[in-house]
Each structure stands twice: as structure tokens, then as C-alpha cells.
Write a protein that binds this ligand. Structure first.
Ligand code: FE
Ligand code: CA
Length: 523
């Protein structure tokens, strides 16, 4: 949807606040978790883990210059420990990795050979200083039928709100955090906001690194990384608003260089494994972000990348690339069936990879999949559509949904972000015919902090898209899911006030899904 995005020394503070804030965040749930909170800032960006599997996960940190210490060397040895307990009395793995300046002094350690369905604690040590402690876990073994509790989160624009939502996610202690894009925003500073971006609009590697450091200085975000493993995918703002493949929205000269550097910074700053480290191939940095994870024999989670391989948006504004809102009847290019949002290779990878054994196929991707007509008429053919989302790639969406119908895939639940609004929706075989079959269920979660469009407008439009069961753009927060073999329960979480770092949160709605019957039922 056309988001407001398209319109228009912290380290010392962290040092001073350090453990107190984080411990308060953790509340009574994990009193020992941050016992080793740093008093220095070498580990001022916190720790993280991700990509869990039955035998391991990746642990991450990134060194920052501690002003009281000698400058960081080009190669900094960093020790790490993984333990079965939070006090590091039963250490099961330890070792040393090199934090290289060429990779932003990030450390990515891929652990293997651990026990399935087991919690672990980890920490790092360099220059005689410990990092804070993170908790993570392995996934169930391939034959285990274990429930899954996870959250989806996206869009944490720094200058549009505080991260109270992360504090509530920490209290939930999910098994898994799925971050669906817009981890940072590239914009420059704007006066008069609740917080302010440091430095100008971001286009270079050093600037991206600094922007991640600013976002990661927030103790609530650090606590969310330290409570559970993450699986993350990017959207546009990790690089530049509304980019498509190798084309920037402002048709920037040298956008490829900008994207190369942004992709590198993304890998450096997320708990991604060494195997995903970006590769420079013929001047182009490539990073394969689409992948799958199994949760025992309960669920397969597919992660998509709808940015790196997409065709440019159709019918852009004159002289520009990027998104537009266009009438279906006036933008004939929308009907070009050869256009793709995933790229043909990824599209086929998804179509071939649906899981026909497990009860659930969770599809984690960037944005709202359901059509949303911006025209004020019930007739879909007279509707207006936003070209950056799936509405700009209707044939690609139809092919994806066809593959679900043709292979009779059960329990498909799509998860999205990007649009700064909560949506719950039926994914139909023909959206222009409300009586057509529902093939899958959509939960598109709102932003952690980024501002949404006018909710009164959204409520006016909602009736023209009858597949939408829930649509609210005035709520910040996240969605929380619990999944068993029989049922998926989704809670729509809405913050009281995004400008309050300690805002309370409420469950705005609850839905359930039966794996054999697509569509969300209000609970
Ligand atoms: Fe966003
Ligand atoms: Ca976005």
C-alpha cells in the first residue's frame, strides 16, 4: 500500500543504562539471562542468534570501537561459548572466530552437533570483555510433533516510534522471531520526531553500518535478539525505498553499487550463517535469502525474497521508477503474464517445494498478498492498485496460488509485513469472485513503529475487497502465533502508544485456522 514512507553519542548512553534496562525488560522471565551485561561498549550492539535447525543455529555479534580501548585491528579474535545453562557451568561448545574489518567486525558462528528441541545460552569475549548473554534454541527433530510459538514483526522505523513492541515480544518468549523486512530505514534526519536518524540518507557501506548500529543501540531490540532465534528476510528499506532488482526508485546512477553495499551490511548485521555471506559475481553482489526451515513434522516455513529478482514496477510516475497507484483499466502492463516478483527460479523453487506431508506450510514473505483496491467502487475491474506489492504482479500471484490449488497443499498460511497495517484475509482462487474457493490464509502484520496510512480511508476502502476480514492501519505492534497439529491461533497485537517506550499492549483480535480448511475464523 502507498505507505507514508514514500511521502515524505548513544554508545555512552547505552553504557550508562546497560544492564539495568535490559534486566527490567526481561522481568522475571529470565533473571540470569543478562547476568554478564557489558559495562564496556565493545559489544554495544548486543548479540543475536538465528537460522535454527535440529542440531544447531548461528550466533552473531559485531564489535564496535570501545573508546577506552585500543583501536580495533583489521582482524580481531573473538572467543565464544555455548552452554546448556545461563551461568555457563555446562559449556558444550567453545572456540574462537575472527572478526574482520572487511566484514564490519561481525562474527557469525555456525553451531552443529547439538541436541534438538533444546535451549542454549551463548556469549562472546574479546579484549578481556564479555558480551551480554543470549538465549536460543534448536528446532525439533524431523520426526517430532511439537507445538510452535512464534511472532512476526516488521518495519521498525527509528524516527516514527519507540520499540515497546519488542519488550512485549521478549515477555512472550517465543520459540522463533520472524522478521519480515524494513529492519532499518535509509532516510536522513527529520526534525520534530520522537527520535531522529543520525547522518544523511544512507547510500554507502559505512553509512549502512552506522545506521544498523543506531537501530541496534536500542535495548528493547537487543533484548528481542537475545531471547530467541530469528529468521529474517529483507524488504526495500534495507537498501532503498521501492527498489526493484537492480533499479532504484529514483533511477539512481550506480544503484548496483548501493545495493551491493547494502546487501553486505545486511549480512554483517543479521544472525545469518557463513553460507549466506554475499558473493561478488561480475560486479554484482548476490545473496540467496530464500530458504526453508522445518519445525519437526509440524510445519515447513518457506522464506521468500521479493526484492532481489523482481521486474520493475509497471506504469511508474513520469521520469521515475518505483511504485505508483494505477487504475487496472489504464495500466495494460499489469496484464503482462511474463512479469515476476520472485524471479522464475525462486517461483519454481517454491512451487516444487510445497510440503505435502506436514500439516502446515507457513509462507514468510514481505508484503500484503491480497488485492486491495484503492478505487471507490465495488467493481474490481474499475479498481486502482498499488504497483509495489503483489497487486503490481497479479499474474505472479495467480501462479503462486495456482500451485497451491494444483498440488492440493493444505495448511498454507502466508505471513507478511511492509504495509504498516494489520490484515487478516482469505487468499482466493479468483479475487474478483467472492464465492470462489479460499486456497490459503493470510496474516499480514503491522509495523513495530513505522507510521501507517489514514485508517479512516482504509475503512472506507475495505468493503471493496471482501476477502479482507481485518484491516487496521492505526495499530502498531506485531502478530503472535501458536501452532499445533490441529489448529493455528493468531493474535493481533496492538500497542497503546508507539511514542511511549513502555507502552502497554492489547490483543485486538484473535483468529484460528484449521489446517484442512483455508481461511481464518474469528475466535
Ligand atoms: Fe516499512
Ligand atoms: Ca517496505
Amino acid at each position: 500500500m502507498p505507505t507514508p514512507d514514500s511521502c515524505p553519542s548513544k554508545r555512552h548512553l547505552l553504557k550508562a543504562l546497560g544492564g539495568g534496562v535490559s534486566l527490567a525488560l526481561m522481568g522475571l522471565h529470565a533473571p540470569a539471562l543478562l547476568a554478564n551485561t557489558p559495562t564496556e561498549s565493545l559489544f554495544g550492539l548486543g548479540v543475536a542468534s538465528g537460522e535454527p535447525h535440529p542440531q544447531g543455529f548461528t550466533i552473531w555479534t559485531r564489535l564496535t570501537q570501545d573508546l577506552s580501548k585500543a583501536p580495533l585491528l583489521a582482524n580481531m579474535p573473538v572467543r565464544w561459548e555455548v552452554s546448556r545453562d545461563s551461568q555457563f557451568k555446562s559449556i558444550v561448545r567453545h572456540g574462537s572466530s575472527m572478526a574482520q574489518a572487511a566484514w564490519g567486525h561481525s562474527v557469525h558462528v555456525d553451531l552443529v552437533g547439538l541436541e534438538p528441541s533444546t535451549p542454549y545460552w551463548y556469549r562472546f569475549n574479546a579484549m578481556a570483555e564479555h558480551s551480554s548473554t543470549g538465549r536460543t534454541r534448536t528446532t525439533p527433530s524431523v520426526d517430532a510433533l511439537e507445538p510452535l510459538n512464534f511472532v512476526i514483526a516488521s518495519c521498525q522505523r527509528w524516527d516514527q516510534g519507540h520499540y515497546a513492541a519488542w519488550k512485549h515480544i521478549v515477555k512472550e518468549e517465543p520459540d522463533l522471531v520472524l522478521f519480515l523486512g524494513d529492519y532499518i530505514y535509509e532516510y536522513g534526519p527529520i526534525e520534530g520526531r520522537v527520535r531522529m536518524h543520525e547522518g544523511p540518507r544512507v547510500t554507502r557501506l559505512e553509512q549502512y553500518r552506522a545506521r544498523y548500529a543506531q537501530y541496534k543501540s536500542d535495548p528493547a531490540l537487543q533484548a528481542a535478539h537475545a531471547i530467541a532465534p530469528w529468521m529474517s528476510i529483507w524488504d526495500d528499506h534495507e537498501v532503498d525505498d521501492d527498489y526493484a532488482g537492480l533499479q532504484g526508485a529514483d533511477l539512481q546512477i550506480d544503484f548496483q553499487r548501493q545495493r551491493n553495499e547494502a546487501y553486505q551490511a545486511y549480512w554483517e548485521n543479521m544472525p545469518l550463517p557463513m553460507s549466506m555471506r554475499p558473493q561478488l559475481i561480475n560486479g554484482k553482489v548476490e545473496m540467496t535469502l530464500f530458504r526453508r526451515t522445518d519445525w519437526g513434522r509440524l510445519a515447513k516455513i518457506h522464506f521468500l525474497d521479493d526484492r532481489q529478482y523482481r521486474d520493475p514496477q509497471v506504469c511508474p510516475k513520469p521520469g521515475k521508477g518505483g511504485s505508483n497507484v494505477v487504475k487496472r483499466s489504464e495500466c495494460l502492463a499489469l496484464q503482462d503474464a511474463s512479469r515476476t516478483i520472485l524471479g522464475m527460479q525462486q517461483e519454481q523453487w517454491l512451487a516444487r517445494g510445497w510440503d505435502l506431508q506436514r500439516p502446515w506450510n507457513l509462507l514468510a514473505q514481505q508484503t500484503l498478498m491480497s488485492p486491495l483496491s484503492w478505487g471507490s467502487t465495488a467493481a474490481p475491474e474499475l479498481g486502482s492498485y498499488w504497483t509495489d506489492g503483489w497487486d503490481g504482479y497479479p499474474h505472479a500471484r495467480a501462479r503462486l496460488l495456482d500451485s497451491i490449488a494444483q498440488r492440493k497443499v493444505n495448511g498454507v498460511v502466508t505471513l507478511g509485513g511492509d504495509v504498516h497495517a494489520h490484515f487478516v484475509s482469505d487468499l482466493k482462487s479468483n479475487f474478483d469472485d467472492p464465492s470462489s474457493r479460499t486456497l490459503a490464509t493470510e496474516f499480514c502484520g503491522t509495523s513495530i513503529s513505522s507510521a501507517g496510512v489514514d485508517n479512516a480511508l482504509l475503512q472506507k476502502l475495505k468493503p471493496w475487497s471482501p476477502h479482507l476480514k481485518y484491516a487496521r492501519s492505526d495499530q502498531r505492534g506485531y502478530m503472535s502465533f501458536s501452532v499445533t497439529q490441529q489448529l493455528l491461533t493468531a493474535r493481533v497485537m496492538a500497542l497503546g502508544d508507539v511514542n511511549n517506550p513502555d507502552s502497554p499492549i492489547a490483543t485486538a483480535a484473535t483468529y484460528v485456522v484449521d489446517p484442512l480448511l483455508a481461511g481464518a475464523q474469528s475466535a
